[in-house]
Each structure stands twice: as structure tokens, then as C-alpha cells.
Design a protein around this ligand. Sequence first.
Ligand SMILES: *[C@@H]1O[C@H](CO)[C@@H](O)[C@H](O)[C@H]1NC(C)=O
Ligand SMILES: *[C@@H]1O[C@H](CO)[C@@H](O)[C@H](O)[C@H]1NC(C)=O
Ligand SMILES: *[C@@H]1O[C@H](CO)[C@@H](O)[C@H](O)[C@H]1NC(C)=O
Length: 465
Amino acid sequence: MWLKTLLLSVLVIASYPLSSSCFRIHAEDRDALDHPVLGTSLRKYKDSHHLKTNGVPSSRMMMKTHEDQDNRYDSSVRSSLLPSHALLIHASTSRNVVNVNDYLNGRDGEVDMNEAFNEAWELACKLEGGVFEVPSGQIYRVKPITFSGPCTPNLTIRILGQIRASVDASDYKDDPREWLVFQNLDSFTVDGGGIINGNGQKWWKKSCKIDKTQPCKGAPTALTFNDCKNFMVSNLNLKNAQQMHVRIQRCKNVQVKNLQVIAPGNSPNTDGIHVTGSQNILISDSVIRTGDDCISIVSGSSHVEATNIVCGPGHGISIGSLGKDNGKDYVSDVFVHGAKLSGTTNGLRIKTWQGGSGYAKNIIFEDIAMNNVTNPIIIDQNYCDKEGPCPKQKSAVQVSNVTYRDIKGTSASKVAMKFDCSKTHPCEGIVLQDIDLRSQSGEVAKASCLNVRFQNKGQVSPSCP
Ligand SMILES: *[C@@H]1O[C@H](CO)[C@@H](O)[C@H](O)[C@H]1NC(C)=O
Ligand SMILES: *[C@@H]1O[C@H](CO)[C@@H](O)[C@H](O)[C@H]1NC(C)=O
Ligand SMILES: *[C@@H]1O[C@H](CO)[C@@H](O)[C@H](O)[C@H]1NC(C)=O
């Protein structure tokens, strides 16, 4: 399906000038395919996943234009590059590389790169096979910035150097929740091996989780993708985000791979990769060591796969929280396989608030190694992460069809498996297969099981009574 859509979009692009009706058909095709609530079948999931892993442009294909940094745009070339001319440039020349250094106009990148980034973006966005390049060996100080599309497809954002966030809170006054934002883009790659540094220490100190005298308000997410599709983010180092590191929001057909995400274990709310309202997401081959969830998957997300992930410190891999403030939330078709969690407060967690509705279903956790994890397996339907108590409520997000298969390792706490499910909406269809969790201290590990309908297969230890 994905490939079909890609071909369709390539055809649409090839038949330039674009007709708006072509775009409309294209958009409807996608939406029908991936509508989260209509509930795509697993068959579609497998189809789309298969095509997705083969269909997303590989970084190898996208690397072709990186050559000869000296062959930069001079101002005469630049001024002749009206959009229609830009489209004529062949995809594999170094002329497509738009180097932000060429837009400094005497400004010092250590002070503020935003204008240079904006100018370079405007040009790269219009080029066919354009490359927006942040060169290596330098640090670029950047205030909040939004890179908006639509752009010509196959744009590459190549970050070789270090992008470092401004620490001046007044720079964030327009939108205190975002730093680097990519939005409304289709078919692009972000890569380069560089560093995205949220410089978050100042924000952490002001967090109400650290300083109880401070009001609880959010800090910026380092890297946000809003309403984007058909893209890959790979080979990047993210560190010390102000709050979350990567947020994928209302996106489709996304590959995230080879990321290194690092922040101190005590940095507040510094989730690694947060997926919200998004479908067909593959996260792979990444190391995430932060102060909050390694990966968090929340409402409106479906067909999310995570594989070969190393986590810890942090709060583990989480679905939720769901159902906050009596919200109606849906997450389905999540497949987490091949993960190593070490020293995290949770391992595989599903967390929902009392009073919510909706569901978390069709979830598989497979082939997971735990090392000294405090709650290796946990479903918490009484999640409460706010000031003041969370009163008892009848409604709940329904948790069903969750398989834990081949989960091994050690628990830092005695209770290695905990199902704290709702009395009115018990957890259903929980399958435990080949579980071997021991307590780190050598004590026998226990299972705590409330309102859970489960089935054991193979060797399951500990086990619900
Ligand atoms: C985008 O890249 C893919 C893969 O390299 C290629 O098949 C396609 O033709 C490109 N599309 C455009 C519009 O350049
Ligand atoms: C349970 O989920 C799995 C995969 O997530 C899916 O293959 C299966 O069809 C689901 N079972 C039911 C009864 O929905
Ligand atoms: C295991 O985790 C606990 C709780 O996080 C910690 O106190 C302890 O030092 C850890 N033990 C080892 C051997 O890492």
C-alpha cells in the first residue's frame, strides 16, 4: 500500500504542474488506509509494514548529494534560483546542497542561527532533491524554529554539526512547548550523524518535579514532527532535551533508526521518542537513556513497531498514559520486540487513568531482556501522575489482547509482574508465554494480579495465581 502511494505521489509530482484534485485523491487514499479509529486489520498492518520497511527512502539513496562542500551557492546562482528553475536541477549535483553557513551574512552562528536557517530552508525546500545542510565541526545556537512544508519531495535535512538550543526562556514565549519543529512535509529524510542538544539543564531545575515551589508547566520538546508523512529520521544524537526529545505527532509512515538519545536519569519528563496520533511507525536500532519513558505511545497511534532498542536509565517502554481527564483514547497494534532494558523504573508498561475510555489492544511484547528493572511487566489502570489524589471512577480504558512472550531477566523489586486492572473493565486476553523474571536480590519474584483475565503458555515465572 505504501509503495502504491509512493508511486502515486511520484506520478503526481511527475505530472507537474500539480493539480489540486490529484492531491485530494492522494490524501483520501492515505486517510482511508490508516484511519486509527476505523481500525485497520492486521492484514493491512502487515502489508503496510512490509511495504513500509522496503519503501521508505533509505539513507544510502539519500546520501548521494553530499559532496564537494566548496561548491556552494554563490549569491548570483542563488538569486537566479526561482522555484521553477530550481526544479530543473538534476537531483544528484552538489548544487542541491544548501549549506547554512552560506546564509550567515556576517552573523555569528554561536549567537543566533535562526535567520540563516530560515533562508537556507526556504531555498532547500524548493529544490528538487534539496539538501539542507548543517555542516560539521561547529555549534549552531538556535532559538525555536519551524521548518514548514510543503516542500519538493525527497528533501534531506543533514545535520553534521551540533545544533544547540537557546536557554533564554523569553525566546520560547510564542510557544513554550517546542524548539525544532518540522511540519507539513512529505517524503524526506533527516540524518547526518550530528548532535541536537536541547541544553535542558535550566528547564529541569524549574520543573515542578524537581523544585516543588515552581508551578507545573511543560518545557519545550527538542524535535517535533507535526503532520508529516513518508519520512525517515536516522543517525542522529539527541541530548539533554528541555523536556521530550522526539515527538512524532499526527504523522504516517515513519522510520526512526540509529538514534542515540541521552539525558541524565534524573532529568524530568525527558521522554526519548513520543508517538502520538500517528500510524505506521517503525523505531529501530536505537539507544535511549533518559529521565522518563524511553518510548511512549499515546492516543490515536496504531501500527507502531519498535525493535532493537536499548533503554535505561529511564521509565521504560510505555503505552500511555491514556484516559487522562476522562479522555477517550485509542492505541492498537503495537509490536515491541528485541529490547534490552537496564535499570529502568518500568519495563513494559501500559498506564491508564481512572475515568477514561477507549482502548489499548492488540499489543505484543516479545524477546525482551530486563536487567534490574523495577517493574518489568506492569499494567497500571490506576495511573495518577498529578498533584492531589485521583479519586475512584468507574469508567476505564479497556486493555485487551496483550501478549508477553519470551521476557527474561531480573527485577529490582520483588514484584516482577503487576496487573493492577480496573474492577469494572478488567484486563482481557492477556497472554503470558515463556516468562522468566527473577529478583535481582535473589529472592523469589512475585506476580501481583488484580482483575486480569490471562492465559499462561510455556514456562511462566512468576505467575499469577
Ligand atoms: C524520490 O526518491 C525516490 C528514491 O530515490 C525516487 O524513486 C523518486 O523518483 C524521487 N522523487 C522525486 C520527486 O524526486
Ligand atoms: C490480538 O493481537 C494480535 C496482534 O497484535 C492480532 O494478530 C490478533 O488478531 C488479535 N486478536 C484478536 C482476537 O483481536
Ligand atoms: C538495581 O536497582 C536498584 C533500584 O533502582 C538500585 O538501587 C540498585 O543499585 C541496582 N543494583 C544494581 C546491581 O545495579
